[in-house]
Write a protein of this length. Structure first.
Length: 237
């Protein structure tokens, strides 16, 4: 029950309800599906909306897994920012798809969305990088199956510290796709977000800031105890 709550926020409560039935697992699956499908109707009353789970259009969740786990909720204001940003990128570079990774749970400011240190108020979201193969941009593509943990090589100024979420996951790196960073689109995305008055902070690794040749007071490092940001970028209001 604790694990289900950590992963989905509402899963623990649904499991508790499912224990009232003879076939607990079946009851859980049915109840959880029903709750997940109805949450987008209820959450606007609590100041959050669900990002689209349709795998079409310029703004998409990187995986439906994020939707199944109820990790795709944001404030209405951030939803508008993400939609506007994806539309801007699609107009500038036709065919561009902007992929969202973890956002926030549907309810309660302050409820942690692990393993993130923030993502607890609906005002934060992670965006996947844009990638290309040897020749062209690859829409809807990420190097890892979940968009995280496929780190771009580059120097770090962070000394080893503990505790930390700054995992290197060295053994996993050879397993990922060999796509490279689509620098033109990534630079345009960061520039657009930095100019948006609705965005307060953008986290990305300093070596990528130098590689992309883009700088702005909003673009900064997240700190040496937080997760690496050379596999995605983090934005917050």
């Amino acid at each position: 029950m604790i694990l289900l709550t950590i992963l989905t926020q509402v899963g623990g409560l649904v499991w508790l309800l499912a224990t009232c039935f003879k076939h607990k697992l079946l009851a859980f699956l049915l109840l959880y599906s029903a709750v997940t499908l109805t949450l987008p109707v209820a959450t606007p009353y609590f100041g959050r909306v669900a990002l689209t789970c349709q795998q079409s259009g310029p703004l998409q969740m990187q995986s439906r897994v994020y939707c199944v786990l109820n990790r795709h909720y944001v404030t209405p204001e951030l939803a508008t920012v993400l939609t506007d940003t994806a539309n801007h990128m699609s107009r500038r570079y036709p065919g561009t798809v902007t992929l969202v990774l973890d956002a926030n749970f549907p309810f309660m400011n302050g409820f942690p969305l692990l393993p993130h240190l923030s993502h607890n108020d609906g005002r934060r979201a992670d965006l996947a990088f844009y990638y290309r193969n040897a020749t062209v941009y690859q829409p809807n593509a990420t190097r890892s199956p979940i968009g995280y943990f496929a780190f771009e090589p580059g120097p770090t100024h962070c000394p080893p510290v503990w505790p930390t979420l700054r995992w290197n996951l060295t053994l996993l790196q050879p397993l990922w796709r060999t796509f490279s960073l689509e620098q033109q689109r990534k630079r345009a995305l960061l520039t657009h977000l930095a100019k948006d008055d609705r965005i307060g902070k953008i986290f990305i690794e300093p070596h990528l800031v130098r590689t992309l040749n883009v700088s702005h007071p909003k673009i900064r490092i997240q700190g040496c105890r937080a997760a690496r940001y050379d596999d995605h970028i983090h934005i917050q209001q």
